[in-house]
Design a protein around this ligand. Sequence first.
Ligand code: DLL
Length: 430
Amino acid sequence: MWNEKIETMSREEKKKLQSERLVAQVKKLYETVPFYKKRMDEKGVTPADIQSIEDISKLPFMTKDDLREVYPHGLLAVKQEDIVEVHMSSGTTGKPVVMEYTRKDIDDWAEAVARALAMNGVSSSSTIQVSYGYGLFTGGFGIHHGGQKIGASVIPMSGGNTKKQLQVLQDFQPEYLACTPSYAMYLAEAAIEEGIVDKLNLKYGIFGAEPWSEAMRKEIESKLNIKALDIYGLTEISGPGVAMECEYQDMLHVADDLFYPEIINPETGEVLPFGEKGELVFTTLTKEGTPVLRYRTKDITFLSEEKCKCGRTTIRMHRLMGRTDDMLIIRGVNVFPSQIEEVLLKIEGVEPHYQLVVERKGNLDTLEVQVEMSDKLFSDSVGKLEEVAKEIERNLYATLSIHAKITLVEPKSIPRSEGKAKRVIDKRTI
Ligand code: DLL
């Protein structure tokens, strides 16, 4: 069984639990992992300095580069024979980040996912179609482990093969679909095209792994006639289920007895109070295989300690507001793809499929927004198209204070993804 009581603990009880776990974790890591001993020695911190969760800010930060450097086993805090599963972060460049899980780590991860799913009604009589990729990526296996912990029936579809996805959605009637929001959108369009939406039994979507906006949520909800819920996580901490929305869709509940969140100023490293926006940092409190201390996620959000309408007392995080590194700086203006998406989706006749192309011409950065037209708009007059492009330009300027070139492209011409969508083509760095 998963422990739902932990979600309604008082703040004091929770702090006591977090403190016990942090103190034990730091002591063990200092003694067993040379990487941590070196980092703490460099900062002049000893395990004796860490007496409660409040002392966490004395510990050094870790970054993705640190994790790459110790590839493949440099973080391992147990014997190799105790490892039962391995995942790696979706590689960008260089060495991947490797996380190794003991039996208990898998169990704790499944616990976090089970609570996240149960929060939204998943029970032993539910069926979940898991269309996140299975493999080194944590999406498929994470939801799988959590769903099975509840005793739900899990269909391990993995990504791709859209025809078969639709067939299984029809034949097995799952109430839950778990995949990236961009793939959900793709599936929704395919289901509409085939005229089968009415034949599905879907009630909820468990969507995450990439940025998406409130407007995109509304689109998916209306196209599939479901409630679309945001789930957050990252390989370095475990995978999906680090945080998830409840039925109120009002910020994501962090599994804060397992993964401790902080918000810092990304420039100075200073810890920021609840409500202030900054970079999200996580410490694993119970992980055995490859624990991480104060991992800088580069994700931007803020935290709240207010009790949710659902009665849970866990710390909540606002849905992601961008990353410190997917943030584009165009002519000095900080631009997040999600801000552009929000603008596009408010305009009639354009689809939530877009790509941002950034180039440097002379000394000037230029932004081109390529966005797909709906079938209807595509068959409209040239005058109408110009009008829509101008409207997008105006609205983008009002939001971001930069002028962008708007290119309306044919329906279905922007490459679809079965995993994370590629929204930005930044030619400045190539
Ligand atoms: O994406 C784990 C996951 C799988 C989460 C399935 C949710 C569902 P990574 O591949 O390591 O792990 O990528 C982690 O993806 O730091 C965020 O920038 C981004 N991300 C994850 N969830 C969300 C979300 C998985 N709900 C990185 N909204 C994170 C926005 C998200 N971005």
